[in-house]
Design a protein around this ligand. Structure first.
Ligand code: 9WN
Length: 507
């Protein structure tokens, strides 16, 4: 696979603009997920944002996670949104009505469901970097882990108990939003059993005003189901056990489970290194046990025919057979070398990153070879940089540095127009959804910092807006890329990264 290195100018521009986006979305002690569409703090966004910010400022990155923890419920749950100030985002706190729940935090308004547990993965990366830098950064990061270890453990324990009461080894989700992949075809079958009732309060969507084309967002019918599930949670006062017996949507999510397994191992590692949570019933052992259970659950879900992991519809007991990127869950949590190798080959092969129609060889949310694939529809096919980050991280962790670097490089190339969009049309490379999305900018910073570990250099925040790339400049840039891809490459191969030719990809 030959995606060329971005030039020094492109690297500088991207780093500067990514830094600017995060700065502009910074609200002091937290970062909004995007300036207008998502003007609040989202849980898994915050994890990615923190690791991007850490390339610039470790203290500010730790603050991001510290703020997130102020929203933690007494159950241990970290809610999917923290609402720090009023906005037109819908559904806002008045719809979530979390005051019905005894376990809610008192200092901040939140939603009443959760999102994938990416946070400790981010924290361990931040700690690793801080140690490499040494000095105050290292001290602050280590102190932060000591201070917050029990809170992360409580979060993981919540998922392992309230959300896996029968020890299946799969985290149960109660809403598609909890997966982070809202309208993924993973959920089509379970959502077919979600029937909004006439007594559901009426609603007006706010999201459509913030995107250029409504087809880039879930449909109204999908939204009605999302809000009906929210209503069901309110009616049981956010009690998980009560919801389980009455709610319409109860699914074992493989991606959430794999992240929980990986994060639990990392928490145990940090505990061991820092001498926290020792003893036979301490946090380290508890974390290892959680990691083992969920790793086993994920591996058990692998379809021997496709090699992909599957979600489990806990209402019907049926596996959900969908070719989505969540199928690579075992790559994230490891545990079986043969499965890992098979997943690596699948991921880089022609049904996924190596598919001949892809503009950039990075993971699409759904395989382009699947009948479920939709190029422009949210989690039904577009490429999400955070998923690519997860795949690169997982490959790196399982010793596949070369493959990880290829995904990073291709991911950087995809972001080179500096729009930092929410997601990307996989065939044309067009930017879709929200712009200046915080986690996308954060991924760019992390990818840039990871290019050459020996040369890691902090990126300086910018205090003023860099010139935006105009549509005309972008068109010229893309035309140049196409020309290069067609074989008219400059003699020294520098300049914008180019799409590899199909025969150059691993199969
Ligand atoms: C609902 C913030 C979030 C992401 C999710 C993404 C989208 C929200 C929405 O935006 O979801 O939580 O309103 O569509 O699907 O993954 O965390 O970026």
């Amino acid at each position: 696979m030959t995606v060329s290195q971005p030039s020094a100018v492109e690297v500088g521009l991207m780093a500067g603009r990514a830094g600017y986006v995060l700065r502009a979305n910074d609200r002091g002690r937290f970062t909004v997920a995007s300036p207008t569409l998502y003007p609040h703090m989202w849980s898994w966004d915050a994890g990615f944002v923190a690791l991007g910010i850490a390339t610039v400022s470790v203290p500010r990155a730790l603050d991001e996670l510290r703020t997130l923890l102020t929203g933690q419920w007494a159950t241990g749950m970290i809610p999917h949104i923290l609402f720090h100030s009023p906005s037109d985002y819908f559904p806002g706190p008045e719809r979530w009505r979390t005051q019905v729940a005894a376990a809610r935090p008192l200092e901040v308004l939140t939603s009443g469901i959760c999102q994938p547990p990416i946070h400790v993965i981010a924290l361990s990366r931040i700690l690793h970097d801080a140690r490499r830098r040494g000095g105050t950064d290292q001290q602050l990061a280590e102190d932060f882990v000591r201070e917050t270890f029990d809170q992360w453990l409580a979060w993981h324990q919540y998922l392992a108990t309230a959300r896996d009461p029968y020890s299946y080894g799969l985290v149960e989700i109660h809403h598609g939003w909890e997966s982070g992949m809202d309208d993924s075809p993973r959920w089509d079958v379970p959502y077919a059993n979600v029937h909004p009732q006439p007594d559901m309060p009426p609603f007006v969507r706010a999201d459509l005003a913030h995107v250029a084309d409504p087809s880039q967002r879930p449909s109204d019918a999908e939204y009605a189901r999302y809000l009906w599930l929210l209503e069901q949670k309110v009616r049981v006062r956010y009690d998980d056990a009560a919801y389980r017996s009455t709610g319409d949507f109860v699914v074992g999510d493989v991606l959430v489970s794999a992240l929980l397994a990986a994060a639990s191992d990392l928490l145990a590692d940090m505990g061991e290194e820092l001498g926290i949570g020792g003893g036979s019933s301490g946090g380290v052992e508890q974390s290892r046990a959680i990691a083992r259970r969920f790793r086993t659950g994920v591996l058990r879900s692998v379809d021997p025919d496709t090699g992909l992991a599957r979600d489990l519809d806990l209402r019907t007991g049926n596996w959900l057979e969908v070719e989505s990127a969540a199928g690579f869950a075992p790559l994230l949590c490891g545990g079986d070398e043969a499965v890992t190798r098979r997943q690596r080959d699948l991921l880089l092969g022609p049904r996924w990153c190596g598919h001949s129609r892809l503009r950039w060889p990075v993971v699409p949310s759904v395989s382009p070879a699947s009948a479920d694939f939709r190029e422009r529809t949210y989690w039904r096919g577009p490429q999400w940089p955070v998923l690519n980050w997860l795949m690169a991280w997982a490959l790196n962790r399982s010793g596949e540095q070369e493959a990880a670097n290829q995904l990073r490089l291709a991911g950087l190339s995809q972001l080179i127009d500096c729009d930092f969009a929410e997601y990307y049309e996989p065939v044309t490379g067009e930017t879709l959804g929200s712009r200046d999305q915080s986690w996308t900018a954060a991924i760019a910073l992390d990818f840039l910092a990871a290019r050459r570990p020996a040369q890691r250099r902090p990126v300086r925040w910018l205090t003023s807006e860099l010139p935006r790339i105009t549509p005309a400049q972008r068109a010229a840039h893309q035309a140049a890329q196409h020309q290069r891809a067609a074989g008219h490459r400059p003699a020294h191969g520098h300049g914008p990264a180019t799409r590899p030719q199909p025969q150059q990809r691993p199969g």
